[in-house]
Design a protein around this ligand. Structure first.
Ligand code: AVJ
Length: 324
């Protein structure tokens, strides 16, 4: 992990080290069924494709969350109070954060954290121009790993983490619980967590969101293989893989997969990995929660749900949690 202090662009360049990428890839592809951690979907191209996904008609999550944030930002600001330090986990282009920053009562600092360094650099630079008064200290890191916040030279009354997008859904419940507990420790006493949580709903709506007509989600998924080829000259035939996403109701999650259309072998630093025709790689889980289920998960992690906002169709929720 690197803590970045503006303005030193060179520091922002972050790619997982080849060793780190290789290690996790090797482990995932040695499993049965094969899997690859979803965080590797977000290289430069992946992050750009994800931004496009967020604008798709089928992908109701982003626009619904933005609507909920807009409709309730006054109440959210009151809950945060003045002089709060806002941490964002997986800040991406920070578009949703601007809704908060425009309304917060004298925020003390903003700490965007993201794994995609270039993306983080660009959005932080843009943000600094819009909020010249705000202390912004970007951190380029995998927030599922150990996190240290930059030293603060400012005084804050409370640290609030912002975790939008239902990214919590990428983690399996046991991991989500551990993660939420770590965030509680990071925020410390009096801390808060504003989190976006996608809700359970009918299968067609869910499956359409991950199988858009324009094939952007497919391109996003397949880009992972292109990235692996680039990093390791793995020789994967990307055109012989197919995107597949479906709702697994038993587990309450969308499963995104890459299915091999042919028998083929990839090479990872000299180790062959065989893909049989029809064999799949799991590339992402996206868990959906009923409000009650998430409240229980929060409680197991040391949080209590203080407030839950949703949209008229109850597609998505934004929740404010406090440390118990
Ligand atoms: C960013 C993890 C919330 O699971 O909906 C979008 C990623 N994957 N389309 C999600 C994603 C396919 C997204 N999250």
């Amino acid at each position: 992990m690197k803590i970045l202090s503006a303005p030193s662009p060179a520091l922002y360049d972050f790619e997982p080290s080849a060793g780190e990428f290789f290690g996790e890839l090797f482990l995932g592809l040695s499993q049965n069924p094969k899997s690859i951690p979803s965080k590797f979907l977000y290289d430069k191209t992946g992050s750009e494709l994800f931004d496009q996904i967020c604008c798709l008609d089928e992908y109701y999550l982003t626009r619904t969350e933005v609507l909920i944030l807009r409709n309730n930002v006054a109440e959210i600001s009151t809950l945060f109070g003045s002089d709060c330090r806002l941490i964002e986990l997986g800040s991406g282009s920070s578009a949703k954060t601007r809704i908060l920053l425009d309304h917060l009562h004298e925020p003390a600092a903003y700490v965007p954290i993201d794994i995609a360094g270039d993306h983080l650099l660009q959005s932080t630079a843009r943000l600094a121009r819009v909020y010249p008064e705000l202390c912004i200290t970007p951190v380029c890191a995998d927030f599922t790993g150990a996190l240290t916040l930059p030293e603060s030279s400012y005084s804050t009354k409370r640290t609030v983490a912002f975790f939008p997008g239902s990214t919590i859904g990428n983690l399996e419940p046991v991991e989500a619980e551990k993660f939420l507990r770590r965030i509680a420790i990071l925020c410390g006493a009096g801390g808060g967590l504003l989190i976006g949580v996608d809700l359970k709903k009918d299968r067609p709506t869910l499956e359409r969101a991950y199988n858009d007509a324009r094939g952007i989600t497919a391109a996003f998924n397949l880009n992972l293989l292109t990235r692996i080829n680039r990093a390791f000259s793995a020789g994967i035939r990307v055109d012989q893989f197919q995107h597949y996403a479906f709702y697994n109701e038993e587990f309450g999650r969308i499963e995104m997969r890459l299915v091999s259309l042919a028998d083929q072998t990839a090479q990872l630093n000299g180790t062959p990995f065989v893909f049989g025709q029809g064999e799949h790689i799991i590339t992402e889980y996206s868990y959906k929660y009923a409000a009650q289920e998430f409240a229980k998960l929060a409680a197991r992690s040391g949080w209590t749900v203080k407030r839950l906002w949703t949209d008229a169709a109850k597609l998505f929720s934004v929740q404010y949690l406090e440390i118990r």
